[in-house]
Design a protein. Structure first.
Length: 566
C-alpha cells in the first residue's frame, strides 16, 4: 500500500507540473526539467542515450537523487553535489532503463538562490559516451588511480591465474568521499592496471565499505561491510574469477550493536581447518572463525591498551611472515588508525606476535607502537590473498584523511602506493616488519638518465649522513636528510609546491632507521615521493604537488643514479 501511494504521488506530481516541462518564459529551465519547490526537482531521462552527464560543483551541498524506472519504482539512490553557479567537472550515470531522477536539494536556498536558476539544468548532458581522457597534470604515471571519481581504501585484493585483482572504495559520482561502491582493476605486473566494471553497488543494507576476498576452489568469495543504519558484514560469490559477484541471500552474516564494526579480512588457517575473520570494532580487533564461510563464531579480541588509541581502528589484516634469513615465523596484525598517525591524521600501525587460530598474542609491551610507514600519506594498508611464492605483498591508499577531499585534482582523487613486499628484521629486543619495493618495480626500471623526470627512481649510495634535494625552476623543493649518528631520516615538503589547500599538508616527516642506511631508493611520480632503505628498515610516503616537475637533484654525502620508470 505504501509503495502504491508513493507511486501515485509521483504520477500526480508529474501530471500537475507537466506544463513546466516546456521552457519557462525566461528560458531558464530546459524541457526535461520540472521544478517542484524550493528544494525539489525532477528530470525526465531520454531512452535513446546511455548516460546522463551530471555537472558537479564540489563546494556545494549534496543533492539526494532517487532514480526511478518506468513503473516509478526506485532502483537506486545516489548523492551528487550538483552545480549551483559553476561546473567543476561532470560524472556519468548509466541510465539502464532509468526514466526519472527525483532530486532533493539540501542547504539554505536563501543563500543559494532559486532552484530554477541553478546552472546544473543548463549544463546537464545526455550522451552515449563519457570522455575519460586524462586532464590532470598530477595524475601518476605508474601508480594505480581510478579513471575518474574518488578512491580510498584498497579492498579485496587477491592473486589468481596470473592476475592481480585490486578492488577499492569508490565514488563514481564525484571526486570526494560519498556513495561507496567497490571499483575494480586488474594487472599482470602490479604496475600497469586495467579498469574493470564495478564490482559492488550499494543496496538496502547500506553502502559497500571495505573488506577482503578469498579463493575457495574455483570461486572467489568477497566479504564487505554493509554500512546502513548500522554496520554489518555481508558476503558475495564470484564464479568468473572476480569479474562479477552475486550477493549471498543470507546477508548479513555477522551483526553487532557496536557503531564502528567493519572491514572484514578473511583467510584460511590450516592448523584448525577453519576460516578466520578479523574485524575492526571501535578501538580493538575481533577475531571470528568459520567452517563454511557462512556461520561465524566469535573467538577473541585484541587491542586493549596495546599500541596507539588516538583514533578509530580500521582495515585490519592478520598474516604470518616466514623470514628465511632470521629462520623465524611470526604473525603480524596490521591496524590502520585514524586519527593518531605520527604526524597527524591517518597511518598504519602493526603488532608482531603469534596466532593459534583463536587468539593473537603480541610479543611487545602494550605501550610499544610500530608504524609501517613514517610518511604522511600511507593508510589502509592491506595485503593480497594468495600471492605467489608465499610473498606478502601490500598496497596502501596514498593520502591522509586530514586533506584527502581537498588535494588539487578534480577528475580523480587519490592513488595507491607502489607495491611493497613485507619481511622481518630485528633491532635490539624488538622484531619489526621490513618494507621493500616489490621486485616488479625493478622490472619497471628503464634507461639511466642524467636528471630527474616526473616518473623516475633515484638510487642513492651513501657512506654516511647525506642530504638529497629535489627541486624545479620555480624554486619548489623537497629536502631529504639522513642523519647517520642519530639514525633518522627526514623529508621536508614545506616548499614542495602547492601546499595551501590545507593547513595540515605542509610538514616535515621523520623516521627512525633502526641502524645504518647504505642505499636509499626514492620513487618519484607526478604527485608523490616514496623513500625506502633498500634493506627495508625504513619507508616514507608523501604526496607533493609541484607546479612543474622536479628537474634538478643535489646530493651531498652520496652518489645518485636515476632511472626512468617504464
Amino acid at each position: 500500500m505504501k509503495r502504491q501511494l508513493m507511486t501515485l504521488m509521483a504520477v500526480m506530481a508529474l501530471t500537475a507540473t507537466r506544463a513546466q516541462m516546456a521552457p519557462s518564459a525566461t528560458g531558464n529551465t530546459p524541457a526535461f526539467v520540472s521544478i517542484l519547490g524550493e528544494k525539489h526537482a525532477m528530470l525526465r531521462m531520454p531512452q535513446d542515450k546511455k548516460y546522463v552527464l551530471l555537472p558537479v560543483q564540489e563546494t556545494e551541498e549534496i543533492a539526494a537523487i532517487a532514480v526511478l524506472d518506468s513503473r516509478n519504482e526506485m532502483v537506486q539512490r545516489i548523492n551528487v553535489k550538483l552545480a549551483i553557479d559553476r561546473v567543476d567537472y561532470f560524472v556519468p550515470y548509466e541510465l539502464k532503463g532509468a526514466r526519472l531522477l527525483d532530486i532533493e536539494f539540501h542547504g539554505d536556498r536563501r543563500q543559494k538562490g532559486a532552484v530554477s536558476e541553478f546552472v546544473c539544468w543548463k549544463e546537464i548532458k545526455f550522451s552515449d559516451t563519457f570522455d575519460t581522457t586524462n586532464r590532470e597534470k598530477f595524475r601518476p604515471l605508474y601508480h594505480h588511480t581510478p579513471v575518474y571519481g574518488w578512491m580510498n581504501d584498497p579492498n579485496g585484493m587477491f592473486y589468481k591465474d596470473g592476475v592481480w585483482h585490486l578492488y577499492y572504495q569508490y565514488n563514481p559520482y564525484g571526486s570526494q568521499w560519498e556513495n561507496m561502491h567497490w571499483g575494480h582493476s586488474t594487472s599482470r605486473d602490479l604496475i600497469h592496471w586495467e579498469s574493470q566494471p564495478m564490482a559492488f553497488e550499494p543496496d538496502w543494507l547500506g553502502s559497500i565499505f571495505s573488506g577482503s576476498c578469498v579463493t575457495n576452489g574455483n570461486d572467489v568469495v568477497a566479504f564487505y561491510t554493509s554500512a546502513g543504519h548500522h554496520q554489518t558484514q555481508s558476503m558475495a560469490v564470484s564464479k568468473d574469477n572476480g569479474r562479477s559477484f552475486v550477493k549471498y541471500e543470507g546477508n548479513p552474516v555477522i551483526t553487532s550493536d557496536k557503531p564502528d564494526f567493519r572491514d572484514p579480512n578473511v583467510f584460511w588457517f590450516e592448523p584448525t581447518k577453519r576460516w578466520v575473520m578479523i574485524l575492526a570494532v571501535g578501538q580493538e580487533m575481533q577475531i571470528y572463525s568459520s567452517a563454511d564461510l557462512k556461520a561465524w563464531k566469535y573467538e577473541s579480541s585484541f587491542g586493549q591498551e596495546y599500541g596507539n588509541h588516538s583514533g578509530v581502528w580500521e582495515c585490519p589484516d592478520l598474516f604470518e611472515i616466514k623470514d628465511e634469513k632470521l629462520n623465524v615465523k611470526k604473525w603480524v596484525l596490521v591496524c590502520n588508525i585514524n586519527p593518531g598517525g605520527p604526524f597527524g591524521g591517518s597511518a598504519t600501525q602493526y603488532f608482531v606476535g603469534q596466532f593459534d587460530g583463536h587468539r593473537f598474542t603480541c610479543e611487545s609491551m602494550p605501550k610499544v607502537t610500530k608504524w609501517l610507514d613514517y610518511g604522511k600519506d600511507h593508510y589502509a594498508t592491506v595485503s593480497f590473498y594468495n600471492a605467489p611464492e608465499q610473498r606478502r605483498v601490500v598496497l596502501a591508499w596514498m593520502s591522509n584523511w586530514q586533506y584527502a577531499n581537498q588535494v588539487p585534482t578534480k577528475q580523480f582523487r587519490s592513488a595507491n602506493s607502489i607495491p611493497r613486499d613485507l619481511g622481518l628484521f630485528t633491532c635490539g629486543e624488538e622484531t619489526y616488519v621490513s618494507v621493500v619495493p616489490s621486485k616488479e618495480m625493478l622490472a619497471a626500471r628503464g634507461v639511466k638518465v642524467k636528471k630527474p623526470t616526473d616518473a623516475c627512481e633515484i638510487v642513492v649510495d651513501m657512506k654516511g649522513s647525506a642530504e638529497i634535494v629535489l627541486s624545479n625552476t620555480k624554486g619548489e623543493q623537497v629536502t631529504m636528510i639522513y642523519d647517520a649518528a642519530k639514525q633518522t631520516f627526514t623529508m621536508d615538503r614545506m616548499k614542495s609546491g602547492d601546499v595551501g589547500f590545507s593547513e595540515a599538508f605542509p610538514c616535515v616527516t621523520k623516521s627512525p632507521t633502526y641502524g645504518t642506511i647504505r642505499q636509499l631508493r626514492i620513487f618519484v611520480d607526478r604527485c608523490s615521493i616514496e623513500a625506502f632503505d633498500s634493506e627495508g628498515k625504513m619507508a616514507m610516503t608523501n604526496l607533493v604537488f609541484p607546479s612543474e616537475p622536479y628537474s634538478m637533484l643535489k646530493v651531498k654525502g652520496g652518489k645518485a643514479t636515476i632511472y626512468e620508470i617504464k
